[in-house]
Write a protein that binds this ligand. Structure first.
Ligand code: ADP
Length: 496
């Protein structure tokens, strides 16, 4: 298999520069894993205010992109940094678009000019390739923020010899966020109205950038096999199930990996004491430290249930809200780190007050605390309504923290229910999306926790799991070849 492709990787957030969720973890790790396989990878992302706070070494390339936005030319300065050994990350700076406190939205809602911000970014991605003469075999786009890139390749650049052999891959990280904008933003794309139809980027009278990516890319994938199937159904398709069914022959699922250089209890610098599967003494120290961090007094018999999450309905907080009083009747601690919907902020503040000896909360985004929770907890809870991949369940396994999950998307693909009779399984998994099912699964986990023999076996099984990026990067290599094959068999798309 040729592992020497030129890959231009476009993402709206990349660890360690800017992160709001799992996309950033993927965009910070997959390019490095691809590089290790022998590919040449360059990443492009916006230069947000958050990037400046990351204090990474970033230098000015002294080059700029000049982007046509309707009847204006907008400049973006190109900065440069790197991840891994030699993966260049290009950061596109435009003060007006990206020098803001948040990436996409404030508590008042989405930034009103998100269409323009990401149309500009998508155009800039291809210009960067031209400026640095990096002729890509693959342009790998991620989520709606880059959904216009495959359209630009197929329409604007279709006859440009520079991109003659360039295929596009579009990865869906979360179908629920689609980049929907009113039709009057269409001139910002400088693309012909002929693509604004049902077969193109139009969606019930609006522009849909997620749909654009799905329709115009050579191949599409999601971040787990299960989710790639689920999104073709009405229940999970978020209105795009028909579009995805149309592309079912080009739709794949590749589970995300874990960046074990960041998430490994043996080397993690953010936790109180390192530990390993063969010496769990450090995990006890981390437990003490975690309880202290959340102002709780240790009670050795009680397992700690950890949660790190966006506080959104997607993550199953409606079930948790329904059952929280019943759950807290068990002998356990609950520690929660998260930000999101106001109603959940209110709820957890109340719960933390009511059960002050058992519940600790931090309603903020804090990477260090996230590591402490992974290390110090016994159980990790992810009762998601849907979950494209989910990363924390995989991080948890590495830290000997047993996941309790709902059987959906990547959670279903990575977690198997523990069976005391056979000693097989790496966690606890429930199927129906009901409070009752959640409660009884937590009860099961807490009961098994009390059996030392079973818990030891569970820990062994958890520690044996390997979700390193290498395997997933190999899958992506194969996917790129499929995209190239697809592209070479396609006639030019003439749309004017
Ligand atoms: P999603 O991308 O849907 O939010 P994922 O499980 O794919 O969910 O990834 C979430 C990532 O964001 C994980 O790395 C998780 O640890 C991190 N994360 C989520 N909320 C917080 C928070 N409040 N503080 C620190 N890290 C968080």
């Amino acid at each position: 298999m040729p592992n020497n492709l030129n890959i231009l990787f476009a993402a709206s957030e990349v660890v360690p520069f800017a992160k709001t969720g799992g996309l950033a973890d993927v965009a910070g790790a997959l390019p490095v894993a691809l590089e290790e396989l022998g590919h040449k990878v360059k990443v492009v992302m916006p230069y947000y205010q958050m990037v400046k706070k990351s204090r990474k070494s970033i230098k000015d390339t002294e080059k700029s992109v000049l982007i046509e936005i309707n009847d204006r030319i907008v400049e973006g300065k190109i900065y440069q940094s790197k991840i891994g050994k030699n993966v260049t990350v290009y950061l596109i700076e435009n003060e007006a678009y990206y020098n803001r406190q948040e990436l996409y939205r404030t508590t008042e809602g989405d930034y009103p000019d998100n269409a323009e911000r990401y149309i500009f970014f998508s155009k800039a991605v291809l210009e960067v390739a031209k400026i640095f003469k990096f002729q890509p075999d693959i342009v790998h786009c991620n989520d709606w923020q880059t959904g216009l890139v495959p359209v630009l390749l197929k329409v604007k650049e279709q006859k440009n010899p520079f991109f003659e052999n360039t295929a596009s891959v579009f990865t869906i990280h979360n179908l629920a966020y689609q980049g929907l904008f009113w039709h009057l933003d269409m001139p910002l794309t400088n693309l012909p109205w002929s693509i604004f139809n049902q077969e193109g980027i139009e969606y019930y009278g609006n522009i849909n950038l997620m749909k654009a990516g799905i329709v115009f890319s050579d191949v599409v994938n999601t971040v787990s096999k299960k989710y790639s199937k689920e999104i073709q159904t009405e229940e999970f398709g978020c209105g795009l199930e028909g579009v995805l069914q149309n592309r079912q022959n080009d739709l794949y699922g590749i589970v995300n990996g874990v960046d074990y250089s960041q998430w490994n209890p043996e080397s993690d610098k953010l936790i109180k004491s390192n530990f390993s599967s063969s010496d769990l003494n450090g995990k006890k120290v981390c437990r003490e430290d975690l309880l202290q961090e959340f102002g709780l007094k240790n009670k050795p018999s009680a397992p700690i249930i950890g949660i790190i999450s966006r506080l959104a309905d997607q993550k199953g907080f409606d079930l948790l809200a329904e059952q929280i009083n019943a759950i807290l009747q068990f002998d356990l601690f609950l520690v929660l780190l998260g930000t999101g919907e106001e109603k959940y902020h209110v709820l957890f503040k109340e719960i933390a007050k009511k059960y002050s000896k058992k519940v600790g909360i931090k309603l903020t985004f804090d990477n260090t605390v996230a590591h402490k929770i992974e290390a110090g907890s016994d159980i990790f809870l992810m009762p998601s309504q849907y979950e494209p991949c989910g990363l924390n369940q995989m991080y948890s396994l590495k830290y000997g923290t047993i996941p309790v999950v709902r059987a959906t998307g990547g959670l279903d693909d990575t977690i198997t229910n523990y069976n005391p009779k056979t000693g097989k399984g790496n966690g606890f998994k429930f199927k129906p999306y009901t409070g009752k099912a959640l409660l009884s699964k937590i009860e099961e986990a807490v009961t098994v926790y009390k059996s030392k023999k079973d818990w030891k076996k569970l820990l062994v099984n958890a520690f044996e799991c390997d979700f390193s990026w290498n395997a997933s990067a190999r899958e992506y290599s194969k996917l790129y070849l499929k995209a190239l094959e697809k592209k070479s068999n396609q006639p030019l798309l003439v749309m004017v």
